[in-house]
Design a protein around this ligand. Structure first.
Ligand code: ZN
Ligand code: ZN
Length: 465
């Protein structure tokens, strides 16, 4: 125990890349999640919440080797019973695991879920990337129809519009499936082998483990090669090609502006056919945001562990591209990887909520639990204090949002607080009122005051403007 005392207070700050969410920011998150859930419900999605911990294999199998997620970003732990668990780094694999586990194949298809909450990735916290990050996800499981891809994209657009993003662009690509991708990968490798020596160490490794991600490298030198690299699009088999064509037709019908991006492959291994990322294309404030964010990040660096400090400027040079605010794709092969006998064609994605909340374009959405106080409750004397919590519960039952400061004793201090907050009414509950079973109701604007019997209080509150 004495050891604990020696620890300096500052070293007990929250872990790097993980933050407390409080005050207005808490309501920003809550308001967004409520609005997004509301939109998702209208589009036919149902809620699901999967555990934050899953067996490590769920991610090892689904993401495959050679992905950053598996190689270095996953938080894993060994339980006292010797089981290996992982903190969920993303939402899709857990939802698919739940679908298989609960035999949802027997339900009418597709099964549509929305989910949100914290995810964990051990990466360098910067440019809107956190180690505890919050996402809002949509998944449509059990259909290969292209309209499901369009549905997910459209629902994301609607949610982002509600959150204040008026101008957006979607980057979209098709990376084929088990029939056509192997042939494409072969050709991709033939091309990259010619440049092996010029590639970064990471990419040389990717050639062995995850060649598709050669197109995804953030290293400026590697990026020069991708311009001439063969595109997945030109190798699609007929079913993949017509699926992609249909998705684009839906986007056109929905007037969603898209760009076909031949280099878009997404980070995870299990994607098939459609992959997409949504970018905010609105003007100016975004420029400013970058500067503000970086200031905060540097502060975080100073406040926290110093070990990763050096890597920050390097990483900045490597990621000049704008960050996507949402992304996803089709994952027809995931179910079998996770042990399902049948293929379960599915599509989904997620919104990076932290990045969205931090954007200056984000429109604050007030959550249902946030209410403007209508009454300031003032108590005076011990008799009144004793009965105060009972009066507050009467106000709660009458759906009257209140403020109070039960720890204050003086009338002046409490009235002053009420004035400062601009609360329209006060209820004054003193020694006399406590004896009489009444309260004083005071209109703060015109200073008029009336005595109300406690049993009549609910009715009187209903008539307040
Ligand atoms: Zn590279
Ligand atoms: Zn194909």
């Amino acid at each position: 125990m004495p050891k604990k005392k020696a620890v300096k207070a500052e070293s007990l700050n929250s872990p790097k890349g993980m933050h407390d969410i409080l005050e207005d920011q808490y309501y920003d998150y809550q308001g967004f999640f409520e609005k997004a859930s509301d939109v998702a419900l209208y589009y036919g999605f149902k809620p699901i919440e999967t555990p934050i911990l899953e067996k490590e294999e769920v991610y090892l199998k689904s993401q495959g080797e050679g992905t950053d997620l598996i190689d270095k970003e996953m938080y894993t732990l060994k339980t006292k019973g010797g089981h290996h668990l992982a903190m969920r780094p993303e939402g899709t694999a857990g939802v698919m695991r739940a679908y298989i586990e609960h035999g949802m194949q027997s339900l009418p298809q597709p099964v549509m879920f929305y989910n949100y909450g914290p995810y964990f990735r051990h990466e360098n916290p910067q440019r809107g990337r956190l180690r505890e990050l919050r996402q809002f996800g949509l998944e449509v499981l059990g259909t290969q129809k292209s309209i499901a891809d369009a549905l997910v994209i459209k629902a994301f657009f609607v949610i982002l519009e509600e959150a204040g993003f008026k101008e957006m662009r979607i980057d979209i690509n098709s990376i084929g499936d088990a029939d056509c991708r192997p042939g494409y990968i072969k050709e991709l490798l033939v091309y990259y082998r010619k440049h092996t020596n010029a590639l970064c160490a990471h990419c040389r490794q990717r050639m062995k483990t995850n060649p598709l991600r050669l197109l995804d490298c953030k290293n400026a030198k590697c990026q020069t090669f991708r311009e001439d690299a063969p595109a997945p699009m030109s190798h699609l088999c007929t079913p993949c090609r017509s699926h992609f064509k249909e998705v684009l037709e839906y986007l056109e019908a929905l007037e969603i502006p898209y760009t076909i991006n031949n280099h878009l492959v997404r980070g995870l291994d299990y994607y098939t056919k459609t992959v997409f990322e949504i970018f905010d294309t609105g003007a100016d404030p975004a420029e400013k945001k970058e500067v503000v964010d970086e200031d905060n990040e540097n502060k975080d660096e100073e406040d926290s562990e110093k070990t990763n400090k050096k890597s920050v400027p390097k990483e900045k040079v490597e990621t000049p591209e704008p960050l996507a605010i949402a992304g996803g794709g089709r994952y027809d092969a995931l179910a079998k990887i996770l042990g399902s006998k049948k293929e379960i064609p599915s599509v989904g994605g997620s919104i990076g909520v932290d990045r969205l909340i931090m954007s200056p374009k984000h429109k604050k959405l007030s959550p249902r639990i946030k209410r403007k106080p209508k009454v300031y409750f003032i108590q005076l004397g011990f008799e009144a204090k004793l009965k105060s919590l009972a009066i507050i519960d009467i106000l709660r039952k009458a759906h009257t949002p209140i403020m109070q400061s039960l720890s204050k004793d003086s009338l002046a201090a409490q009235l002053g607080h009420a004035e400062k907050l601009g609360v329209p009414y006060t209820i004054i509950f003193g020694q006399k009122e406590a004896m009489d079973g009444t309260v004083l109701l005071r209109n703060m604007k015109n200073r008029s005051q009336e005595t109300v019997k406690i049993e009549k209080l609910t009715d009187r509150l209903k008539t307040l403007k």
